[in-house]
Ligand binder design. Structure first.
Ligand code: THU
Length: 142
């Protein structure tokens, strides 16, 4: 058990704890334009937890999704692979990551990463089927 109350990556995922962390960081979102706060918590394969919240901008189009912050935290705190991710809205309810963020999660968690969604726990393979990934870059030029 880590200080954050999350067990090792081989243990069952403590979704309640991940959701609590996501809800806590959601409270630090900067969303003065949409008023739609988002928080996300990811369990890393070494047992640590990384967090993110959305950060908006007066230039609306450059808003940073919560998942962007979490992925940045993943790398800036040592890297690793995401094992399980919980994303919540302003009510602390599961939120389905947008398409761009599913691509970010795929890059850093792969097809087996588990995601809490409004309709249950799913794998990335289920929420981003036939994903474009680094493998596609290996295709020789025609
Ligand atoms: N948002 C996220 O943070 N993650 C998502 O997956 C969906 C959308 C944010 C972006 C924007 O600040 C607000 O939610 C409304 O779109």
């Amino acid at each position: 058990m880590t200080a954050l109350g999350i067990t090792g990556a081989d243990d069952p995922i403590d979704w309640d704890a991940l959701t609590r962390y996501a809800t806590e960081v959601m409270g630090r979102a900067y969303a003065p334009y949409s008023h739609y706060k988002v928080g996300v918590a990811g369990l890393v394969d070494d047992g640590r937890v990384v967090l993110g919240c959305n950060v908006e901008n007066a230039a609306y189009g450059v808003a940073l999704c919560a998942e962007c912050g979490m992925v940045s935290a993943l790398h800036s705190t040592g890297g690793g692979r995401l094992v399980a991710v919980a994303c919540v809205d302003g009510q602390g309810k599961p939120l389905m990551p947008c398409g761009r963020c599913r691509q970010l999660l795929w890059e850093n968690g792969g097809p087996e990463m588990q995601l809490q969604t409004p309709t249950g726990i799913k794998t990335m393979n289920e929420v981003l089927p036939d994903a474009f990934s680094a493998v596609d870059l290996e295709t020789p030029e025609q």
